[in-house]
Design a protein around this ligand. Structure first.
Ligand code: ZN
Length: 414
């Protein structure tokens, strides 16, 4: 076995021949001169052998996976071929995409590493600077998503998310059936969500959407109702519960502010206890909360209302749910607790959109689960400075296209 053949076998290089090599120990670098195995001179579009017109001006170089601390570079003089159908084109490069400066194997490793770890760690493993990595990642993901169309969309969810350490917002659109992210846009206003409906969906697709879910902000509700005439809108349960919890907390804060030192003792350490769902509350917790009846009646009242509202989600029959909801709203409005009354007014306004939950049982599990993954990605990177970087990571981890799956199978090795 010749040295070139050994190198080819050792590095598991497929679809090419090694013609020469150069080892630069001081630079921790290996240069390999390669050429396509047997089947060079093919048109990249139709994959037929075509006559060579000329050699390109200079050699091209591709970075391959680093091995044992050595960076590997592949060198090759691509030729120009003439295809009767596609004209003069650069011949097909079997180990890399036409315009890429890294091999498919490198791209695959890059994508998989970035799914698993921070970009900084991935850059270190791949022996490239972090800025180069973000750049490469963006180009690879854009290429993979290029020309991709949304298909078979039946249920959508819309939500906002902050990035860049809570200063900026993005709107995210989910496919609730397939639990993946379809679209990301800058901002959380009406024009952002309108842009999604205009750019990403055809009229037919919009009519085909049967279910939709979003929070209680008027922006998304308005946009969904305008663009998707056949969609049943369900207000996201998670957001409703969150709003109610916030109202209860506002009552608590107000009481805390106005309380004397002695009174404060009775309402200390309540914050997280008030938020707890009845199913994961211990007897001791319940006793503490019941004791509030004497300690602070207003907080107790708010908590009782919040606890009662939990039953709403268990109703099966729409008529019973309507009755319950109306009753609850009336009681809440009489409560003389301003934050709770504001919440009840919002509920009254959106009553129909909340009752759809009982019929459809559209749970928020999907968007909540996706949101959690997105938050992990965001925290791991300690925020993103640009939306583009954030978007890349969202599409890579929870996007509607399996991005590493776009790399040809034989190159999916790390
Ligand atoms: Zn061709």
């Amino acid at each position: 076995m010749t040295a070139c053949k050994l190198i080819r076998k050792l590095l598991n290089l497929k679809g090419l021949l090694v013609t020469d090599f150069e080892l630069k120990i001081r630079d921790k670098k290996v240069n390999l001169w390669v050429k396509p195995y047997k089947n060079g001179c093919r048109c990249p579009h139709c994959n037929r052998r075509r006559p060579i017109v000329r050699k390109m001006n200079g050699p091209r170089v591709w970075r391959d996976l680093p091995i044992c601390g050595l960076s590997i570079y592949l060198w090759f003089f691509p030729r120009e071929v003439i295809c009767p159908i596609h004209g003069r084109v650069q011949e097909d490069i079997p180990w890399a995409n036409a315009y890429a400066r890294v091999t498919y194997r490198f791209e695959f490793a890059l994508l998989v590493y970035c799914q698993l770890m921070t970009q900084k760690a991935a850059a270190r493993l791949l022996r490239i600077p972090k800025s180069t990595l973000s750049d490469l990642l963006h180009r690879t993901i854009t290429r993979m998503r290029d020309g991709h169309k949304i298909r078979g969309l039946k249920a959508i969810g819309v939500d906002e998310i902050s990035y860049a350490k809570r200063h900026k917002y993005a709107t995210i659109v989910y496919d609730l059936d397939r639990s993946c992210v379809l679209w990301v846009g800058q901002g959380k206003g009406r024009e952002t969500i309108d842009q999604f409906f205009k750019e990403a969906l055809s009229d037919y697709q919009k009519k085909n959407i049967k279910l939709s879910s979003c929070d209680m902000s008027g922006t998304y509700i308005g946009a969904i109702e305008t663009h998707c005439p056949n969609a049943k809108l369900v207000l996201d349960r998670f957001h409703i519960v969150k709003a109610l919890n916030k109202a209860v907390d506002d009552v608590r804060k107000e009481q805390w502010r106005n309380a004397s030192v002695d009174e404060r003792k009775a309402i200390k350490g309540l914050r997280w206890l008030l938020f707890r769902h009845s199913s994961n509350r211990s007897k001791k917790h319940t006793r503490t909360l019941n004791a509030l009846r004497k300690g602070n009646r207003r907080i107790h009242r708010a908590w009782v209302l919040k606890d009662e509202f939990e039953h709403f989600w268990d109703y099966k029959a729409p008529w019973a749910a309507v009755k319950f909801l109306s009753g609850w709203i009336t009681t809440a409005l009489k409560s003389r607790l301003d934050p709770i009354r504001t919440f009840a007014k919002t509920l009254r306004k959106h009553k129909d959109r909340i009752l759809t939950f009982i019929e459809t049982r559209l749970t928020n599990a999907v968007s909540e689960g996706l949101n959690r993954i997105i938050k992990i990605v965001k925290n791991r990177a300690s925020g993103f400075r640009t939306l583009q970087a954030f978007e890349d990571m969202i599409f890579l981890t929870v996007g509607d296209v399996d991005i590493p799956g776009q790399i040809p199978v034989r190159f999916r090795v790390i």
